[in-house]
Ligand binder design. Structure first.
Ligand code: ZN
Length: 165
């Protein structure tokens, strides 16, 4: 086994660890009372159903984001990482990171290419979010990982329902 192969295996297990951690102990998994927008997101392929709520401040920053619902470990972990990453960030940052996550999950680019597309402060979020890129080997799982991001974008656009279909 070469050093490169071993590093790859280590990274894979690290990524798996992050997803398991967020799947078991999701961050910001709660009901938000005073929200700006609320959307129900569904992924019929897997059965994931999550509700995303967001509160925008006067400067259009995501002052608070929360989610609740039921889903597989991938969808819950993705939602958890999304809320943790985007809290306090601007709508513009949300669109940029959402595009990066979609690209990572669909296999359009790797973590370094995703970072190159982002400003330094946003690029630092990619290390954690890149853990979701493992789904690219499992096409059915791509929608599990992107569901929360799709739902949040729909929420910001004023929709109340979002589906991956
Ligand atoms: Zn799922």
């Amino acid at each position: 086994m070469t050093a490169g192969t071993s590093l790859g295996d280590d990274l894979r297990s690290l990524y798996q660890g992050i997803i398991l951690d967020h799947g078991k102990s999701p961050r910001n998994f709660r009901v938000m009372e005073h929200y700006t927008c609320r959307v129900q997101g569904k992924n019929p392929m897997c059965g994931d159903k999550i509700v995303v709520t967001a509160k925008l401040d006067v400067n259009e920053r995501l002052e608070d984001i929360a989610f609740e619902g039921k889903g597989c470990a991938i969808s819950i972990a993705s939602a958890s990482m999304m809320t943790e990453t985007l809290k306090g960030k601007s709508i513009d940052a949300m669109w940029r990171l959402s595009k990066a996550v979609h690209g990572l999950c669909k296999g359009e680019f790797d973590a370094n290419e995703a970072k190159a597309l982002l400003s330094i402060d946003l690029a630092s979020s990619i290390d954690k979010l890149a853990s979701l890129s493992g789904v690219r080997q499992f096409p059915v799982r791509v929608k599990c990982a992107t569901l929360p991001w799709h739902a949040l974008a729909s929420c910001i656009e004023g929709k109340t329902q979002a589906t991956t279909e």
